[in-house]
Design a protein around this ligand. Structure first.
Ligand code: VAH
Length: 307
């Protein structure tokens, strides 16, 4: 059986639905601290605090879990508001799960990293897989440290852990919470509701982004790749598209010509400027055949049609 922890989150909800479609609803256990969101109500759900290691153990045993997707984290903007709590949550939950995998409680762990591992002195364009990394957000620091823990547990204890450095993830079925890339989700909701949009980033801030379906497919693909094909046990660069607030606005305007945007940058501008503009994902392409399907026009069309 598969366990998704953080199943009510932006990625967790869509990933759980897709895993249930592939492996059968009864084989995918959703867990979260919160009550189940609507999309998850037809399957098994456990109310679970990932920090409660004994409860985690109990759930692993109860359902004879073999694979865990650990998707609990404070994102970049919220982590800045409570650094100490973010560090403890993001780090301890990962290290606990790595230990449980090492002790044989389950076989394979998925843990998400992020382009937030890059920092002001990382090459911004086509950022390579292996490069200089000096993240200056608590979120980015926790992701970079987490990557090192993953690599360490693979090398020292042969833990089969797999990871992707997600760009900003954009979908219409679930809402993000507390990220710097969240504007690119909100903007569609505002356009659809015929409201003006006030953007917390400047118009020319370019960031790597990905449509949720691509992210979910990448996640399941890397988990299913033969172990010998996985040459990176820290975390893989993956990329799909990059755009600025102005460019996503122009794209939406093709569908909603009266749509209006204004810019009111706040502290998240600094976070965005410390990250990459575009990502070189050739290692992921080579190792397990990664390829994105959605660009900005295609994503915009699908989201505006379905939202
Ligand atoms: C954030 N969406 O904004 C996350 C993310 C690339 C960014 O990891 O914090």
């Amino acid at each position: 059986h598969i366990l998704v922890i953080g199943a009510c989150g932006q990625l967790g909800a869509e990933l759980t639905v897709q895993l249930r479609q592939i492996y059968g609803t009864e084989n995918v256990i959703a867990a979260d601290k919160r009550e189940p969101v609507a999309a998850l109500q037809d399957g098994i759900f456990e109310v679970l605090d990932v920090m409660d290691i004994n409860r985690v153990k109990e759930v692993l045993k109860k359902y004879q879990i073999t694979e865990v997707y650990h998707l609990v984290a404070l994102l970049s903007a919220t982590a800045e508001a409570s650094p100490r709590f973010a560090w403890e949550l993001n780090m301890n939950s990962l290290v606990n799960l790595l230990d449980l995998a090492k002790e044989g409680h389950f076989k394979r762990l998925y843990w998400p990293s992020s382009i937030a591992v890059f920092g002001p002195n990382t090459p911004k364009v086509n950022t390579p897989q292996q490069t200089f990394m000096d993240p200056n957000t608590i979120y980015g620091i926790s992701k970079l440290a987490g990557e090192r823990w993953c690599d360490y547990y693979f090398e020292k204890h042969h833990v089969d852990v797999r990871s992707l450095r997600y760009p900003g993830l954009i979908g219409y079925k679930s809402l993000p919470g507390g990220g710097t890339t969240d504007y690119a989700v909100d903007i569609y909701h505002k356009a659809k509701a015929m409201q003006d949009f006030s953007c917390f980033l400047k118009e020319n801030t370019r960031l790597p982004m990905m449509y949720m379906d691509d992210a979910v497919r990448a996640t399941i693909d890397i988990m299913n790749a033969p172990a010998e094909q996985i040459t990176i046990r820290s975390s893989y660069n993956i990329s799909a598209m990059s755009f600025t607030p102005k460019e996503i606005y122009e794209e939406i305007k093709k569908h909603y010509p009266d749509f209006k945007i204004s810019y009111a940058p706040d502290f998240r501008q600094g976070i965005a400027e410390s990250w990459s503009e575009s990502i070189d994902d050739s290692t992921a392409q080579r190792d397990w055949g990664w390829e994105p399907e959605f660009d900005l026009p295609k994503m915009t069309e699908v989201i505006l049609e379905n939202l």
